[in-house]
Ligand binder design. Structure first.
Ligand SMILES: Cc1ncc(COP(=O)(O)O)c(C=O)c1O
Length: 326
């Protein structure tokens, strides 16, 4: 029987189990036992560059399709990985996409913006709105699309609704089947990935989030969202209090740091892992700091969750910074 093309598109945005492997030379650099440091490769989830947002988009796309949507609408920073992956998912599902993006403080091109254009996303630029207010701009954009006869589906900044974040509750289980880490280290932006993991492990102490400065009080967001994600799955709220490193932000969201620079170089040269300036380099810097000041012991089994972001490394605004790495 011929396949309905809309059904055939669905598996293309499904995410297979991602690999977990050791980082032996990075472990040695940090004075950790040989088998203590591991990485989970959620940078290999697919959707034109990979990353954590592919996971969140699985339930969100299912909801959009069930609602009969023809256009996905979301927003974020100019170099938002989430926006790029939403545009990719829309293309795969034969939908349109519209992105509400904060105009960057310096002229920017390339990286995720290039990919957004390739996927045919429409873009509305806003003036440096706090992420909380971007949601209002996303809803306004949906209104305009509706007035023009489209059927938009609104996805929150970072995909961090209860539905989106629930994808990481399942990832906690996936991790448990692959390895039994004492601690997972992850970049915390809009908070959904961190919240989903904490809900999945049932224990905040198992997840160290490294705040990248996207929201003013992401600890509260993670606490409330992890409770809601757990309740959605019929579980208790995770034990303990949110574990968050707020000292790696530097001068702000999207602004690279020296410590991130060191972490990015070390990961590339020790174990061939590519990080990005906005999220994963800061998260790895948080792991380095926790190890150096003794919060992570030499024998603790640590899993670094690589959440993707590679296109950001090629954004024009980071060209000088990237050049200074060499
Ligand atoms: C590469 C990358 N890592 C980490 C994050 C943070 O994830 P979350 O927004 O769920 O906190 C993002 C969010 O955009 C991201 O793009």
């Amino acid at each position: 029987m011929p396949q309905d093309p809309s059904d055939a598109a669905a598996p293309l945005t499904a995410v297979d189990r991602t690999p977990v492997h050791r980082l032996p030379r990075l472990a040695a650099l940090l004075g950790m036992q040989q088998d203590a440091l591991w990485i989970k490769r959620d940078d290999l989830t697919g959707l034109a560059g990979g990353g954590n947002k592919a996971r969140k988009l699985v339930p969100l796309l299912a909801a959009a399709r069930a609602a009969g949507a023809d256009t996905l609408v979301t927003g974020g920073g100019a170099q938002s990985n989430h926006a790029r992956m939403t545009a990719a998912a829309a293309a795969i599902h034969g939908m349109g996409s519209h992105l509400v993006l904060n105009r960057p403080p310096v002229p920017d091109q390339g990286g995720n913006l290039l990919l957004d254009g390739l996927f045919g996303a429409g873009v509305t630029w806003t003036q440096a709105l706090p992420f909380a207010d971007l949601q209002t701009a996303i809803e306004e954009c949906c209104e305009k699309l509706r007035a023009g006869g489209r059927k938009p589906y609104s996805i929150p900044v970072g995909g961090s609704s209860v539905l989106g974040a629930s994808a990481y509750l399942d990832v906690a289980q996936e991790i448990g089947e692959q390895l039994d880490p004492g601690l997972v280290v992850v970049a915390t932006g809009s908070g959904g990935t961190h919240a989903g993991l904490a809900a999945g492990f049932g224990d905040h102490a198992r997840v160290l989030g490294v705040d990248v400065g996207a929201l003013p009080d992401v600890a509260t967001v993670v606490r409330d969202l992890s409770t809601a994600v757990a309740a959605h799955a019929g579980r208790e709220a995770p034990r303990g209090s949110v574990s968050l490193d707020r000292a790696r932000i530097g001068d702000g969201y999207g602004l690279p740091t020296e410590a991130g620079h060191e972490a990015l170089l070390a990961a590339a040269r020790c174990d061939g892992i590519l990080l990005d300036p906005v999220y994963t380099a800061k998260a790895m810097a948080g792991l380095f700091a926790a190890r150096r000041d003794g919060r992570i012991e030499a024998s603790t089994r640590v899993l670094f969750l690589h959440t993707g972001g590679l296109p950001g490394l090629f954004a024009h605004r980071y060209a000088d910074w990237a050049g200074s790495l060499l």
